[in-house]
Design a protein around this ligand. Structure first.
Ligand SMILES: CC(C)(COP(=O)(O)OP(=O)(O)OC[C@H]1O[C@@H](n2cnc3c(N)ncnc32)[C@H](O)[C@@H]1OP(=O)(O)O)[C@@H](O)C(=O)NCCC(=O)NCCS
Length: 163
């Protein structure tokens, strides 16, 4: 049974930091290269960085399967859209329908927050995730390239789903 636990405590943010380290190195190294993975983990996914994001309005949730952490997600309200900033499952836990349940959870939070859609960005070469989003009803609305410093960019598609 999948549950979502709102995360505020340092201890749980440290758990997410550890999961992010495992997932991002495994999943993103072939897509963006090891150097950018290290840079982005330090910039966005340390417990301190996430704590600062939470204080600016981001929400982080652990994804639990029968109380066992299997991944995490994060979102923030941006005007009429709930922006799904992160959704990550451990490799062993993908393809079992957990991602779909997590997306439904986020869509419910969007409705609760009077948002008409869920939006997200996904790396152009993150093909399996793009397929998962499309099969969940998200539509590609175009390319977005964001400079994240030190010569790195996020070369993404923007996707959205009306809820
Ligand atoms: C993206 C992610 C969250 C999706 O979660 P998941 O549990 O693997 O996906 P699900 O098993 O719930 O599948 C959801 C739907 O997508 C489809 N899908 C998933 N992966 C697919 C693939 N590689 N090809 C085609 N369809 C796929 C499933 O068939 C399912 O469709 P259905 O409900 O119509 O049957 C997960 O795979 C993940 O963490 N990936 C690595 C990290 C990542 O890239 N995160 C996104 C960052 S933007």
């Amino acid at each position: 049974m999948i549950n979502f636990k709102s995360v505020h405590k340092d201890q749980e943010l440290t758990l997410i930091e550890e999961m992010a380290h495992v997932i991002w190195h495994e999943h993103y190294t072939p897509i963006i290269g090891a150097e950018q993975v290290v840079y982005m983990l330090k910039k966005f996914q340390t417990a301190d960085a996430m704590s600062a994001q939470i204080s600016k309005g981001y929400h982080y949730f652990l994804i639990l399967n029968d109380k066992k952490p299997v991944g995490y997600l994060s979102f923030e309200k941006r005007k009429d859209a709930l922006f799904l900033s992160k959704i990550y499952l451990l490799k062993s836990e993908r393809g079992k329908g957990f991602g779909r349940k997590a997306m439904l959870f986020v869509e419910a939070r969007a409705k609760e927050n009077d948002c008409s859609k869920v939006s997200l960005t996904v790396n152009k070469h993150n093909l399996n995730s793009i397929k998962a989003y499309e099969s969940a009803g998200f539509v590609n609305t175009g390319a977005v390239v964001q400079d994240i410093g030190m010569g790195f960019v996020m070369d993404d598609y923007h996707m959205e789903k009306f809820v």
